[in-house]
Design a protein around this ligand. Structure first.
Ligand SMILES: Cc1cc2nc3c(=O)[nH]c(=O)nc-3n(C[C@H](O)[C@H](O)[C@H](O)COP(=O)(O)OP(=O)(O)OC[C@H]3O[C@@H](n4cnc5c(N)ncnc54)[C@H](O)[C@@H]3O)c2cc1C
Length: 471
């Protein structure tokens, strides 16, 4: 293990829009932050860059309407070369006692990175509410389907169905169809009425709203079947259950099926909060996000001194907000270090972030999480695929053992104890638990973060048992 030296330089985890803008603000004030990201190139999710070894694709082809912003974020990052301590391919898998445990993927070397000030900008992943058949080869999350396209330049199948809800649903459908893939259908659990009711709030960000309308119009014009107000029933497989052959859903009147060889699904996004949890940040339930989130003030200060939260990792607000929040958190960090910062810039960033919240409420109204999902989840549905735990087992833990809180449910059933540490199944398990107990979602709590927050090689766990590796 190596121990990094620049203890007094701030550390940023995440080189997405939030992390890049945070780094930029710190560099502008004469600091040389350490920037750690598990990805091989900076840009985060939305502005993900393909591997340098792949044939160059234009920003327009990769990012569409977001090409200008993507270029700006990439250029900001590239301009900092030599002025930041950038560590790509580096996963922060643990945090304790003022140090981060980092695994450098390609070499499997490890480092313990000390910090006195830390910006956590770890972004988000898909919110997964499974459907029977979701473990079949050929089923991806919407985000995963997009990563395949953006990063590897390939589609998840030849005839793809995209389902769930959220803005990513239509965006991924558009990106797939535009790239030449066959999108057999888009199945949205939200109703048209939801989207119409949300229009006034969505018009607070007219440009973003217009993009959404354009994607839907484009898909219609190009013959992609769009169904709203659906209830996904199952992903169909062949006799050997070795591949996807179709999907079945209920359209409000009857059951329908459609042939396809791949499915992308998801219900908007969930924040990656494990690191904030290991760092001891206080969490509260945020009804808008239907999740427990680390608490932060308007500037991004968490409840733990020296720890700042920015971007989607502390609540899903989108890429523009991530840039503003990253810069704002860096200004707070600088001020706390005694560095003079432009107070008017800080106030302007807070105003922009505040203004976005009405739009964010609109999005939630337009694409609500189906609140009857748990009621319809059959007992045999696999909720936790790492440990193969079904909805029925979870209900049994409630009925026979009185589980009424997520960590108790985990101890009794092993849900969330596998490789993903609940990052994939935690949302669905909480929905099942709330429904089975009749308790509100906020009352069933959340799975506590545990190291390693993402899978690491077993040799590392064996070599360093004192580092807190465990389920
Ligand atoms: C799969 C996916 C696809 C998306 N596509 C779009 C889109 O097309 N259009 C759109 O408007 N919005 C999209 N979004 C939302 C958008 O990406 C976010 O709003 C925006 O990127 C948030 O920026 P961020 O900096 O907060 O986080 P991100 O951009 O997610 O950046 C977080 C960074 O942190 C790194 N990281 C996380 N955990 C660790 C760790 N433990 N150790 C080291 N590094 C870590 C990640 O590798 C990542 O680079 C997508 C989100 C997801 C999850």
């Amino acid at each position: 293990m190596t121990t990094s030296s620049p203890a007094l330089q701030p550390v940023i985890v995440g080189a997405g829009p939030a992390g890049v803008r945070a780094a930029e603000a710190l560099v502008a004030h004469g600091l040389r932050p350490v920037v750690i990201d598990e990805a091989s190139r900076a840009g985060g999710q939305i502005y993900r860059r393909p591997p340098a070894s792949m044939a160059e694709r234009s920003a327009q082809a990769l990012y569409g309407f977001e090409a200008r912003r993507a270029n700006a974020v990439h250029a900001a990052f590239d301009s900092m070369q030599g002025r930041i301590d950038y560590r790509p391919n580096s996963l922060v898998w643990n945090a304790q006692g003022g140090r981060l445990d980092v695994l450098h993927g390609p070499t499997r070397s490890t480092a313990s990175v000390p910090y006195s000030q830390l910006v956590v900008a770890t972004g988000a992943t898909d919110r997964v509410l499974p459907v029977p058949g979701w473990t079949l080869p050929g089923v991806y999350t919407l985000g995963g389907a997009q990563v395949a396209l953006k990063f590897q330049g390939c589609a998840i199948g030849e005839r793809v169905v995209l389902m769930g809800t959220g803005p990513l649903l239509y965006l991924v459908a558009y990106q797939y169809a535009k790239a030449g893939a066959k999108v057999a259908a888009v199945l949205d659990t939200a109703r048209l009425a939801d989207q119409l009711a949300a229009t006034p709030a969505m018009l607070r960000q007219p440009a973003v709203f217009a993009k959404g309308v354009y994607y839907v119009g484009w898909l219609r014009a190009h013959g992609v079947a769009l169904h709203s107000g659906v209830r996904p029933l199952r992903v169909l497989g062949d006799d050997q259950e070795s591949r996807v052959t179709g999907v079945a859903w209920h359209d409000g009147r009857e059951e329908r099926t459609l042939a396809c060889d791949a499915v992308g699904f998801g219900y908007a996004l969930r924040s990656e909060t494990q690191l904030a949890d290991l760092l001891g940040c206080r969490f509260d339930f945020a009804p808008l996000h239907r999740a427990h989130l680390p608490v932060r003030d308007a500037a991004g200060r968490s409840s733990v001194q020296g720890v700042y939260l920015a971007g989607d990792g502390a609540g899903i607000m989108g890429a523009d907000a991530a840039e503003w929040a990253g810069e704002r958190a860096a200004l707070a960090l600088l001020a706390d270090r005694g560095v003079a910062v432009d107070a008017s810039r800080a106030a302007a960033l807070e105003r922009k972030l505040h203004k976005l919240s009405a739009f964010r409420h609109g999005l939630e109204r337009a694409f609500p999480v189906p609140n009857d999902w748990a009621a319809h989840a059959p007992d045999e549905l696999v909720v936790c695929r790492c440990e193969n735990i079904t909805a029925g087992t979870l209900r049994q833990s409630v009925g026979e053992n009185g589980a009424d809180e997520m960590n108790r449910l985990k101890a009794l059933s092993r849900v969330g104890m596998g490789r993903c540490q609940g990052r994939m199944c935690g949302v669905a398990a909480a929905e099942i638990l709330a429904h089975a107990t009749g308790l509100p979602l906020q009352q069933v709590g959340r799975l506590r973060g545990q190291a390693p927050i993402k899978p690491i090689p077993i040799q590392l766990a064996v070599r360093e048992p004192a580092e807190g590796v465990g389920a």
